[in-house]
Design a protein around this ligand. Sequence first.
Ligand code: GDP
Length: 471
Amino acid sequence: MRMDDTICALSTPQGMGAIAMIRISGSDTFPILEKTFKAFSPRHNPSEAKPYSLVFGKMVDGETIVDEVMVGIFKGPHSYTGEDVAEISCHGSVYIQEQIIRLLLKNGCRIADPGEYTMRAFTAGKMDLSQAEAVADLIESESKAAHQVAMQQMRGGFSEEIKGLRTELINFASLIELELDFGEEDVEFADRTQLSELLLRIKSVISRLLESFDTGNVIKNGVPVAIVGAPNAGKSTLLNALLNEEKAIVTDVAGTTRDAIEDEISLGGVRFRFIDTAGIRETEDLVESIGIKKTFEKIEQSRIVMYLFNAQPFDSAQGDNFEKQELIRTEIAQLKEKTKGKTLLVLANKMDLIEDTTLLEKLGDVENLIPISALQKRGLKELETRLTSEIDLGALNSNQTIVTNARHFSALQQSLEDILRVEQGMENNISGDFLAMDIREALKHLGSIIGEVETDRDILGNIFGKFCIGK
Ligand code: GDP
């Protein structure tokens, strides 16, 4: 990737809109604009225009006017990329967007690679690597919690924590290396007790960060919830009822438009992803059908399992149906076995059809039993409360750093290993140069999170390649 040329790209979504925005960045931004843009007031020509101003004018290709536009002017180094930047807001026709981009290319721009603006911002030292990654997360955030975590990371919360640890370690590493310079003299500049304390502290911070990944994952990717139940138990009805409620909330907010929500809802700031399973009772033979591989795979992948059953057989007013009751009990028991370490919610559905609930009350020994009517939307609030209470967002609410990125997680794991090696080395009284080596490794791994050590081109390509073009 060349970094010294001038790039352009559409930064708003592909397709027609009221307005589209095309961004230019690089040293030739203003010379290229001089050739393609005429301000309506001559003293506003881009090179002379005040930075951080908007200039009204037209994009021209020779004598042809392509569009009337507003151009935002940013002069490096005080811009997103650190370079000269212009943001052309044009009318949102796809044709106009294409014509303007063509015009810019003809006059010396190159089309930006995905994430190249942010990559340039990183290279210019405008942000560190974890902040740059947070920009992508922010763009993708679909829930309050995901937004909050990405925002905190983008603003440098996580980086500060990592930098703090690194600074302390660097101090020690240099003291130990100083000892090495004195070779035979057997001096100790680096107080070993203090180093042990520091290692303990670093270990506890890294462990907390590693633990937060579980929450981070939930926040970023949502909580997978499998819905299990016999055909006609009411699974689709329940799903629709949950989704409709969400849609109603979403459309309440003026001006929000959203694509049809398929199987995700946002509760308490967290996305829950519902996975409808084929049901576990395709035949009368419950035990056999419960073995349906696919259903179990889905249960395996989920964090919460909702077992839904038609509660009618438990209505004493309709005559006891022992066989069906037994089937449900067995099913619950089977699922309990299969969902160890997960949460199993047992939903007694179609409560609107039940007159006498005494029998159902006897199911009281079943944990997490929630009576509902999917059709009449009864009991859904209780269900939602139960779902949200499953997710511990304590760290989020107390504003602690939450790791959401697998790359960061793995770097933290490696640095923890390095720290453990340093500790062990101290216990075994190994020589200073080995200690220093392990500390350097820990520094390297911690540094890789924020990009403070030289980062592999492939890794950078991987990180920025996931961005959209235009960011
Ligand atoms: P699925 O096969 O588990 O997805 O079940 P459906 O959601 O398709 O529901 C099967 C039938 O049960 C439909 O006719 C629904 O209208 C009905 N049903 C679902 N939930 C309820 C409920 O709470 N009360 C009543 N009375 N009928 C329900």
